[in-house]
Design a protein around this ligand. Structure first.
Ligand code: RIB
Ligand code: CA
Length: 309
């Protein structure tokens, strides 16, 4: 089976952690690097969390680097506490066995693009990707595909208009969507179809592994946030949808679209206007439409159960 070469650009983030653990346990993927970006929490924390997750997976062969610390757009608001103060559910961790790669994350991404075909899975704000196409003009034409978790067709989460990843850095998002590379977008109206419930958390705890225990533990405060925010403990697996689309292209239906990003606006900053009219049917920009949650949950359980530690 030909494996897909993947770089994960991420702001861990509890759901980022599940997405990264899924990717590292999937034989269809060859994860060549994890690059952190400022997002859920500051870059120093997201980079540390990325190291923690890659070390938890036992994959010290995968480089972890840090990208951009500040968004292109005016930073707004305080650090999110949705994922805990440390960004990973506030568990106790020792010093991760995976060191931070000294290379700049954006430059590392460019170097990996030039080595061989690469799919970029972007599950945080798009600051690093915007820096990539600015710093390396034309590089977007050498990228196999970009799969982005972000945006919303109808209703946001961080505001009624905007989804968090796009809202955090709308100028970067506009730059990314204006670049000429094939993009697949997983917006909230897709990701809300995929979630884990308390039975899944109990299953993870029952695996008897550190991966199972820690994944369930970091999802617990995330479940409490979901209960306060949505009235249900079901934890939405936003970022895992971007990984799932790469490891199983048959899993998520999509359609062609044109995506416009609102950069400035008192109420509309970060809104994504997803135009699905027939004229965009053949667009290189694809938008996720539907996913079978039972099929996803079953695959995720199977893959996380392959960790023997
Ligand atoms: O809106 C969902 C996105 O923002 C996900 O990437 C999640 O990590 C949150 O931070
Ligand atoms: Ca994320």
């Amino acid at each position: 089976m030909a494996r897909t070469r993947v770089l994960i650009d991420t702001d861990p983030g509890v759901d980022d952690a599940v997405a990264i653990l899924l990717a590292l346990a999937s034989p269809e993927l060859d994860v060549v690097a994890v690059v952190a970006v400022n997002g859920n929490v500051s870059l120093d924390k997201t980079a540390l969390n990325a190291r923690r997750i890659v070390a938890l997976a036992g994959r010290d062969d995968v480089p972890v680097a840090a990208g951009c610390a500040q968004p292109l757009s005016e930073p707004l608001g305080e650090e999110s506490i949705v994922h805990g103060h440390d960004g990973l559910g506030d568990l106790e961790w020792g010093e991760p066995a995976v060191a931070l790669d000294p290379r700049d994350g954006v430059d590392l991404t460019a170097a990996l693009i030039d080595e061989a075909p690469l799919t970029i899975v972007a599950i945080g704000p798009l600051t690093n990707l915007a820096a990539l196409v600015e710093r390396y003009p034309g590089i977007e034409r050498r990228v196999q595909r970009v799969v982005v978790m972000g945006g919303a067709s109808f209703h946001g989460n961080v505001t009624p208009a905007a989804e968090f990843n796009i809202w955090t850095d709308p100028a970067a998002a506009r730059r990314v969507f204006d670049a000429s590379w094939p993009i697949t977008l997983m917006p909230l109206d897709l990701t809300h179809q995929a979630y884990l419930n308390d039975e899944d958390l109990a299953y993870l705890r029952g695996l008897g592994t550190e991966v199972g225990r820690r994944t369930a533990a970091m999802l617990e405060p995330y479940a409490q946030f979901h209960e306060r925010w949505y009235g249900s403990r079901d934890v939405i697996m936003h970022d895992a949808m971007a990984v799932y689309d790469v490891l199983d292209p048959s899993a998520i239906t999509n359609q062609g679209a044109r995506v416009a990003v609102e950069v400035d606006g008192v109420y509309s900053r970060g809104a994504t206007f997803i135009d699905r009219r027939r004229e965009h049917t053949e667009s290189p920009v694809r938008v996720g439409v539907s996913v079978d949650n039972e099929r996803f949950r079953s695959l995720l359980r199977e893959r996380l159960a392959t960790y023997r530690h």
